[in-house]
Write a protein that binds this ligand. Structure first.
Ligand code: PEP
Ligand code: MG
Length: 559
């Protein structure tokens, strides 16, 4: 039996075979072949397999998001069979005796260049398609697994680290738990694991050895402990813990349908954070009161090219209709920093967390922003929508973003396309600048939602991705909590509601603090709704408020 200690970032105990994530290699081998006919056949087999995979993806996309979503994969299928493309590859294999991987890669580069130089923007965008299709064929030729997992049974997935773009493409039904060498508890991969309710452990360094692959592991995402080949006694203890958690979950189920109300009658909203339309099932199953944060960028991360207005409209409409009359706050695109997307072709930055991200990209590239806002407003006709802008630092940014909303509404009016007239507009308070300016910003919006992951990072000058910063990254720091209080006060003075959608919202040690400073809404991962409700129902606010506020503002609190 081998014991390994990491840092638990998503609760739960899971047991299953260990599997190492298979990542596509960035460099491919290039060599001369002897038997060109055999190499040609090897290419043809990979091409046929790629076409089959794309057909399956098209069917899945059509079922989940409609015909428009399927169209992308159908275009890729056509590209894989295109006569000019295939002839170019054939020439390189049969005449130049080049191996198939290199022939496909060279042809992709040549075609992508050709598309990129065309005047027509539609044709320019095909450059990304040809690269994508070719990457799939090369992946098949080199034995790389699409989606990172090739296993018939669910596994505990291990990786050095996982980028958000990799995490969103994983087949969730195959994953019992996550283990990563690096990572941090506030990273988006950890956040996704919590949203999916999958136990996760990060920061195990080099303790996981290749020879453990396929062996049984038990992970405890609460304590961060991992056991490979557990002995009978350890296994019994871990499984008992698992049973205990399931029992506790059952008990919490009794709170479904109950209010989020303190013993002395103070109510607070408990909403959920989601990353894609399928997560709504978890929101409803856990009795979330609404969606307080839909991280819309995950739609973009899931695509190989800019998602069209129609594709986004279908996704937002689905979330809004599935949530019925409950409020759904959709955050506009928040890419940049750790969420990088190839097709955005963003220049490399020295400090991406301080760089061109989120609303900054939207304001600099209005065509992308407008497409998303059009999809959002059109979807607003199907439910109760709030639109929220991320990474705000200045008043002018909000004014400019709001102006774009007006442009979009005018366009939709002219086209006779319906939209709701009660769409709420809000901003994330996740920079110290926004918190300090919240008195002014409150005059421009209907609500604030505090992004404590970034607010902690920027207030304490501590990278949220860096697990080594340990105790320096402290979201309980009075500087963060005092900013939250200031934001609440400024919001309420201006009749604006205020929520928390960062991970801190689910931190039960701070529930009394949030109630005391007057937070109106907490948006948490679906699994955190019922434990939070239980905690709220245990509090007598009038008993704790004075002391909490004195502690927060008093001299003692000077860490
Ligand atoms: C936050 O910063 O707290 C937040 C909710 O946004 P994200 O974690 O996606 O940056
Ligand atoms: Mg953020």
């Amino acid at each position: 039996m081998i014991s390994i200690q990491g840092k638990g970032v998503s609760n739960g105990v899971a047991m299953g075979p260990l599997y190492f994530y298979q990542r596509a290699k960035s460099t491919i081998r290039r060599y001369q072949v002897e038997d060109v006919n055999a190499e040609w056949e090897r290419f043809k087999a990979a091409q046929a397999k790629a076409i089959e995979q794309l057909g399956e993806l098209a069917q899945k996309a059509e079922a989940e998001a409609g015909a428009e979503a399927a169209f992308l994969f159908e275009t890729h299928q056509m590209m894989a069979e295109d006569d000019d493309y295939v002839e170019a590859i054939e020439g390189l294999i049969k005449e130049e005796k080049l191996n198939a991987e290199a022939a496909v890669t060279d042809t992709a580069a040549q075609f992508a260049d050709m598309f990129a130089q065309m005047d027509d923007t539609y044709m320019q965008a095909r450059a990304a398609d040809v690269k994508d299709v070719s990457g799939r064929i090369v992946g098949i030729l080199t034995g790389v697994v699409q989606g990172g997992i090739d296993s018939d049974v669910p596994v505990v997935l291990a990786a050095d680290d996982l980028a958000p773009s990799e995490t969103v493409q994983l087949d969730k039904s195959k994953i019992l738990g996550f283990i990563t060498e690096g990572g941090s508890g506030s990273s988006h991969t950890a956040i996704l694991a919590r949203t999916m309710g999958i136990p996760a452990i990060i920061g195990v360094g080099n303790q996981l050895k290749a020879e453990f692959e396929g062996r049984e592991v038990i992970v405890d995402g609460g304590t961060g402990s991992i056991v490979v080949d557990a002995d009978e006694a350890t296994r019994a203890v871990m499984m008992a813990k698992r049973e205990e958690q399931l029992k506790r979950q059952k008990l919490l189920e009794q709170l479904k349908g109950e209010e989020n109300i303190t013993k002395d009658g103070h109510k607070i909203k408990v909403f959920c954070n989601i990353g894609n339309p399928e997560d709504v099932a978890m929101v409803l199953a856990n009795d979330g009161g609404g969606v307080g944060l839909f991280r819309s960028e995950f739609l973009y991360l899931n695509c190989d090219d800019y998602p069209t207005e129609e594709y986004q409209f279908e996704a937002y409409k689905q979330v809004l209709s599935d949530m019925g009359d409950k409020e759904v706050v959709i955050r506009t695109l928040d890419i940049g920093a750790d969420k990088q997307i190839d097709y955005f072709q963003m220049p490399k930055e020295e400090n991406p967390a301080l760089g061109n991200r989120a609303l900054r990209i939207c304001l600099n590239r209005p065509e992308i922003f407008k497409t998303q806002l059009r999809a959002l407003y059109r979807a607003s006709a199907y439910g109760h929508l709030g639109i929220m802008f991320p990474m705000v630092t200045s008043v002018w940014e909000v004014k400019e973003a709001r102006k774009m909303c007006e442009v979009v509404k005018k366009e939709l009016d002219a086209e006779g396309k319906p939209y709701a007239d009660d769409v709420e507009i809000g901003i994330m308070i996740e920079t110290p600048a926004a918190a300090v300016m919240s008195d002014r910003l409150a005059k421009l919006v209907d609500f604030f939602s505090c992004g404590t992951n970034d607010l902690t990072q920027y207030t304490l000058a501590c990278d949220r991705q860096n697990n080594d910063l340990g105790r320096f990254f402290n979201p309980h720091h009075p500087a963060v909590l005092r900013l939250l209080k200031m934001v609440c006060d400024n919001a309420h003075k201006n009749g604006v509601w205020v929520g928390i959608c960062g991970e801190l919202g689910a931190d039960l040690e701070l529930t009394e603090t949030f109630l005391s400073i007057g937070i109106d809404e907490l948006s948490v991962s679906p699994r955190s709704v019922l434990p939070l409700r239980q905690k709220i129902r245990e509090v007598t606010l009038s008993d704790v408020k004075e002391k909490v506020l004195a502690d927060l503002l008093g001299d003692e609190n000077t860490i």
